[in-house]
Design a protein around this ligand. Structure first.
Ligand code: ATP
Length: 233
């Protein structure tokens, strides 16, 4: 995925300013920065949820700038949003059933649901439980499973570790590395820069909506620009 010169505005607020960003095929790009730096707005523009005022979004060689969220899902992109956004008053299985329209037909959706409940056994065990009763980590697994219902090639993950117990953070990051091993490209938005830099192949730091630094994770870890991007919040 390749985005170039992306601008997102909310009225007078310039949330994203001229951002260039690449996710290598089958790799993880970490998108870092303080609260309000423009990370979620960038993700939402890629997903087609907000319309950029300028710039281009190319996904697997196709220009998908201004495409609808539906078209972007069909192009192989799925989003795991900040705060997980699962339906707390529905069961685990019902949450996956709702995501099933992305699978094309009911048989395919049922097969994918079954495979995901095998892949994440805790979701299989709790399939009849209300999603709101799951732990934070289990809810994050459900959010990942829901995103995988469309069998994406590119996964946009917004703050997957937020609010999770340390052990669960490890589990979730293990899942992220497993997805990359399967060839899925991942844009990983994280407040926890150290953790994200451990798994990423490439990293981009945003400050006040613009790219403050980008490069190899090893070069950015401990970098003053990264530190000041967080202190600027
Ligand atoms: P966080 O980690 O807090 O989600 P972020 O890096 O993802 O931060 P964004 O949520 O993209 O940053 O916000 C970028 C800027 O745009 C901030 O100044 C924010 O206040 C503003 N903003 C975000 N969403 C809206 C909106 N719907 N309307 C107006 N301003 C918004």
């Amino acid at each position: 995925m390749d985005i170039a010169a992306l601008d997102v505005r909310y009225g007078p607020v310039r949330a994203v300013r001229g951002v260039d960003l690449v996710v290598p095929q089958g790799g993880i790009t970490a998108l870092l920065g303080a609260n309000g730096a423009g990370k979620t707005s960038t993700v939402m523009a890629i997903a087609g949820v907000v319309t950029p005022v300028a710039g281009t979004v190319a996904i697997f060689g196709r220009n998908l700038t201004n495409a609808t969220p539906d078209a972007i899902v069909r192009a192989g992109v799925a989003i795991c949003p900040e705060g997980r956004r699962i339906f707390a008053s529905l069961t685990v299985e019902e949450n996956l059933i709702l995501a099933g329209s992305a699978a094309g037909n009911p048989e395919t959706a049922a097969t994918r649901r079954a495979a995901l409940m095998e892949r994440f056994p805790i979701l299989g065990e709790r399939r009849k439980q209300l999603a709101g009763l799951l732990s934070g980590g289990e809810q994050q697994m459900l959010a990942v499973a829901r995103a995988l219902m469309s069998e994406p090639q590119l996964l946009l993950m917004d703050e997957p570790s937020l609010g999770l117990a340390p052990q669960m953070v490890d589990t979730v990051f293990g899942i992220i590395e497993g997805l990359r091993a399967e060839g899925i490209s991942i844009l990983l938005v994280e407040q926890n820069a150290a953790l994200a830099l451990e798994v990423a192949d490439h990293a981009v730091v945003l400050a006040n909506g613009a790219v403050a630094a980008s490069g190899a994770p090893g070069d950015l870890a401990g970098n003053d620009i990264l530190k000041s991007a967080y202190l600027a919040a």
